[in-house]
Design a protein around this ligand. Structure first.
Ligand code: AP5
Length: 216
């Protein structure tokens, strides 16, 4: 069992790798972005408050996302959790440390996925996902095999995110460099940080992450 953080800017490949780890290692992906989008679809107050902020590319408040994570951690995960898109600020990182400590659990690795900004724009503007199973695709690098149909579950519900456009992405990147990138130093100082080349192909990134996990 291992609890890990996938840390990286929008489009670094966190979601893609988290899904692979779920399949390969029986871990559970905790994506605060997915949780917030689900809250919006369910019409909850949290979802309504978060939706506008997300569309602009800004960060949702710490109390909302920490609350979502705390609730989900209660359910446990025998194979461990993959934190995808959380924490994104120093207060969130402190809150996660406290939540894990209360449960007597450790954070086993923080994996920084390094990708340059030009590649991120190409990845984000070409991305679409399956609204039913969450599979992630890309117009050029990873299209569905049959147009309009998800390879994994056969659903026709293929979607693009409201914040996957160049304007919102600029704000998302700014938020990342201002508020999230300080976490790289935070986890380095704790001796928990490993970096992988997120520009490599999906298999090679998965192999690099597996090596980190096997040592953790
Ligand atoms: P969130 O949903 O977490 O989005 P994000 O961090 O911006 O990350 P993405 O999902 O865009 O990218 P990814 O790294 O998962 O890349 P993916 O694998 O899809 O957050 C959205 C919003 O919610 C935030 O802006 C904020 O408002 C709010 N929020 C969420 N968490 C929050 C928090 N903790 N605090 C406050 N606010 C919060 O890949 C991208 C594309 O690249 C895909 O098309 C994929 O096929 C392709 N690709 C992936 N890997 C490779 C590869 N190795 N080579 C080539 N292509 C690849």
């Amino acid at each position: 069992m291992a609890n890990i953080i996938l840390l990286g800017p929008p489009g670094a490949g966190k979601g893609t790798q988290a899904k692979r780890l779920e399949e390969a290692r029986g871990m559970v992906q905790l994506s605060t972005g997915d949780m917030l989008r689900e809250a919006k679809t369910s019409g909850t107050e949290v979802g309504r408050r978060a939706a506008e902020v997300m569309e602009r590319g800004q960060l949702v408040t710490d109390d909302i996302v920490i609350g979502l994570i705390a609730e989900r951690l209660e359910k446990g995960a025998p194979g461990g959790f993959i934190f995808d898109g959380f924490p994104r600020t120093l207060p969130q990182a402190d809150a996660l440390a406290d939540l894990l400590q209360v449960k007597g659990q450790a954070l086993d690795a923080v994996i920084e996925m390094q990708v340059d900004d030009t590649s991120l724009v190409a990845r984000i503007t070409g991305r679409y996902t399956c609204g039913n199973c969450g599979a992630v695709y890309h117009d050029i690098t990873h299209p569905v095999k049959v147009a309009g149909i998800c390879d994994v579950c056969g659903s026709h519900d293929l979607r693009r995110r409201a914040d996957d456009n160049e304007d919102a992405l600029k704000t998302r990147l700014m938020e990342y460099y201002k508020k999230t990138s300080p976490l790289i130093g935070y986890y380095y100082a704790k001796g928990q940080l490993s970096a992988v080349d997120g520009l490599a192909d999906v298999e090679a990134v998965a192999d690099a992450i597996a090596k980190v996990l096997d040592k953790a």
